[in-house]
Design a binder for this molecule. Structure first.
Ligand SMILES: Cc1ncc(C[n+]2csc(CCOP(=O)(O)OP(=O)(O)O)c2C)c(N)n1
Ligand SMILES: [Mg+2]
Length: 662
């Protein structure tokens, strides 16, 4: 006999409470409350094939309420994905188990995105839904025709990023996005009403969403609501009325079930309540068989999709788009043209020039900006706006939604088939930072085009002038921060960012910079992170490390010093992370490991000096800005902060004297 939906759902409940109990850590309440709704979604609607988690036309499922990770682990295991296994689940939250504290896309193929930082799952889902509609516009229904489903909690809908995300989704009319809201009236501190009295449904309606309600504990009623959502052309919010920890007779409905093991006694009571008499981690045959059948349900659609792909003229191109490898064969012809006619340009402009070539060569790019298109220089001629009326466009007006933009780009990148890049001012990476961190953690190939990268932006003043931003971004693991010095370096850095497996930040100037790379090179010199741009003409006494707009200053300083017989190298350092990854002998060649008495190392960057001692040594000289900036024209600001060749030469000579460098 086919088990009831409730019995299928109780398997999720049992696994959730048992795994949390075994770990004595985790969140049983959310999976227990949403077990029926998730069962309805997985058994009746979600298009997936457990045997191929990467099938490009699968529906995407995102557990935005990532603390309820046992919900997705239980679903994946029950439906028959390779991982997690029941052994993985027994080791929930333990070192080495892919059933980690929160769902991690790099641990489990069935986890689309990493969630846990509340709100970002919904915001990434918006990006997934954008990518789906875009690829559908390019390749048609035969190849791309899927939906994005989300389970979100009160927390996800309370976070500020939700406002940005639903605004964007409503505006772009992403009708294939369906959010199931676990409306359990509970958060960690207690009743949701302790901190919320807004009308969440009305807020979504105001953002042009379709909304409906259901009894989240009744799989049939959830099914009805999902059908209503599927039929509506707008993005949908389904308010699922649930009870947190449902099935635990004494604790359900209370915050006590949110984030702690229920305890042996309560679990025993829950087993009675749920009619579940098996030992921990055991699933009855009838239930497992039924779930495994659900996991295979999509195989028919999957096979039909494969047939359509085989019959498609676009097969090779489509697969290569999904596989994501890109060529940099645009780079050489572009550089040849550039080198034939060098002039001073802002690196933001140089980025636009490179993008003109990139966007023609790589149809996978989707650009955008958080309302600074004309300043970030992110829109090239080839790009039409991506709108509700034209999903085939490749340029997104994200509006003033830096965090929403960054999170959506994560979703797009992880959906696959597209390479998102988006711009704002470097200082506003702070607004996007939680999503940049998730780009890094998730290895999402997102390219952040961050212009106005220093006091060189001038008159907008300290509110807009980044100081600590470059170094704080460099401190983030798995993120590459590029600060190119001129148009050639900008193109090289773009090539590296496009070929990366993870995210990159391009920090670009507002103000013009002189060309510093004037000769042809067969190698992408930025790939090493730092390279010797100019060699000392006299016996070497000074090595100057500089980035971006300060490289031309470093060259002027070196010219003066060498003119006085003080041999000076200039090292351009567009990407410290890449330099750190070079073999020892290369690093030694660029920055020889000698005492500061023999060679003075100097860093120049128009931002905090914090951290530059890593390259100058403790007794090196670090030229930068360790306070907030000033509102003034850029040349005046540079002079004010001593970032001029004359001022720096003076400081170098003073240091050499103090350090007794002969
Ligand atoms: C950005 C962020 N802030 C705080 C947390 C910590 N946190 C995890 S769950 C949670 C409460 C969420 O309430 P709700 O979404 O209603 O989940 P429920 O208790 O219903 O499972 C909080 C504050 C987090 N994970 N992410
Ligand atoms: Mg809640």
């Amino acid at each position: 006999m086919q088990p009831t939906d409730r019995r299928l759902a109780n398997a999720i409940r049992a696994l959730a409470m048992d795994a949390v109990e075994a770990a004595n850590s985790g969140h049983p309440g959310m999976p227990m409350g949403m077990a029926d709704a998730a069962t309805s979604l997985f058994t009746r609607h979600l298009k997936f094939d457990a045997s191929d988690p990467h099938w490009p036309d699968r529906d995407r499922f995102i557990l935005s309420a990532g603390h309820g990770s046992m919900l997705i682990y239980a679903l994946l295991y029950l439906a028959g994905y390779d991982r997690p296994t029941i052994e993985d689940i027994k080791r929930f939250r333990q070192l080495g188990s892919p059933a980690a504290g929160h769902p991690e896309n790099f641990e489990l193929a069935g986890v689309e995105v990493t969630t846990g930082p509340l709100g970002q799952g919904v915001a990434m889902a918006v990006g997934m839904a954008v990518a789906e509609r875009h690829l559908n516009a390019v390749y048609g229904d035969d190849l791309v025709d899927h939906r994005t489903f989300v389970i979100a909690g009160d927390g996800c809908l309370m976070e500020g990023v939700n406002h940005e995300a639903i605004g964007l989704a409503g505006h772009l009319k992403l009708g294939r996005l369906i959010v199931l809201w676990d409306d359990n009236d509970i958060t960690i501190d207690g009743a949701a009403e302790l901190s919320r009295n807004e009308d969440v449904v009305a807020r979504h309606q105001a953002a042009q969403w379709h909304t409906c309600e259901c009894d989240g504990l009744d799989a049939n009623d959830v099914d009805r609501a999902i059908k209503e959502a599927l039929a509506d052309p707008r993005p949908s919010l389904i308010r699922c009325k649930t009870i947190i920890g449902y099935g635990a007779p004494n604790k359900q409905g209370t915050a006590a079930t949110h984030g702690a093991a229920l305890g042996a006694e309560e679990i025993a009571a829950a087993r009675v309540e749920l009619g579940w008499d098996l030992p921990p981690f055991e699933i009855p045959d009838d239930v497992l068989t039924a779930w495994r059948t659900v996991g295979k349900r999509g195989a028919v659609d999957h096979a039909a999709w494969k047939d359509r792909l085989d019959a498609s003229d676009c097969k090779v191109e489509f697969l290569s788009r999904i596989n994501g490898k890109v060529s940099d064969n645009w780079l050489k012809p572009y550089l040849d043209k550039l080198l034939a006619d060098l002039k001073p340009v802002a690196t933001r402009k140089a980025s636009e020039m490179a993008l003109e070539a990139i966007n023609v060569a790589l149809p996978a790019t989707i650009g955008g900006s958080a309302d600074l298109t004309g300043s970030n220089n992110t829109k090239t001629k080839a790009l039409e706006p991506l709108t509700a009326d034209n999903y085939g466009g490749r340029y997104i007006y994200y509006g003033i939604r830096e965090f929403g933009m960054a999170a959506a780009m994560n979703g797009m990148a992880l959906h696959g088939g597209v390479i998102p890049y988006g711009g704002t001012f470097l200082v506003f990476t702070d607004y996007a930072r939680p999503a940049i961190r998730l780009s890094a953690l998730q290895n999402a190939r997102v390219i952040y085009v961050m212009t106005h990268d220093s006091i060189g932006l001038g008159e907008d003043g300290p509110t807009h002038q980044p100081i600590e931003h470059l170094q704080s971004l460099r401190a983030m693991p798995q993120l590459e921060v590029y600060r190119p010095a001129d148009a050639v370096e900008t193109a090289e850095c773009w090539a590296l960012a496009l070929q990366s497996d993870g995210p990159s930040v391009l920090a670009l100037t507002r103000q013009n910079v002189k060309p510093v790379r004037t000769a042809k090179s067969d190698e992408n010199l930025c790939a090493r992170g730092a390279y010797r741009l100019k060699s000392a003409e006299n016996p070497r006494k000074v090595i100057i490390l500089a980035t971006g707009s300060e490289v031309e200053i470093a060259l002027a300083v070196a010219e003066q010093l060498d003119g006085q017989g003080i041999g000076t190298d200039v090292v351009s350092m567009p990407c410290t992370e890449r330099f750190d990854a070079q073999p020892w002998d290369y690093r030694e060649e660029i920055l020889p490991d000698v005492s500061n008495r023999q060679i003075l190392r100097v860093s120049i960057e128009a931002g905090t000096t914090f951290g530059w001692e890593r390259y100058t040594g403790l007794h090196g000289l670090r030229i930068g800005i360790d306070r907030f900036g000033v509102s003034a024209p850029a040349p005046d600001a540079y002079k004010y902060f001593g970032l001029t060749p004359d001022a720096i030469v003076g400081r170098v000579l003073e240091q050499m004297e103090q350090r007794e460098i002969a």
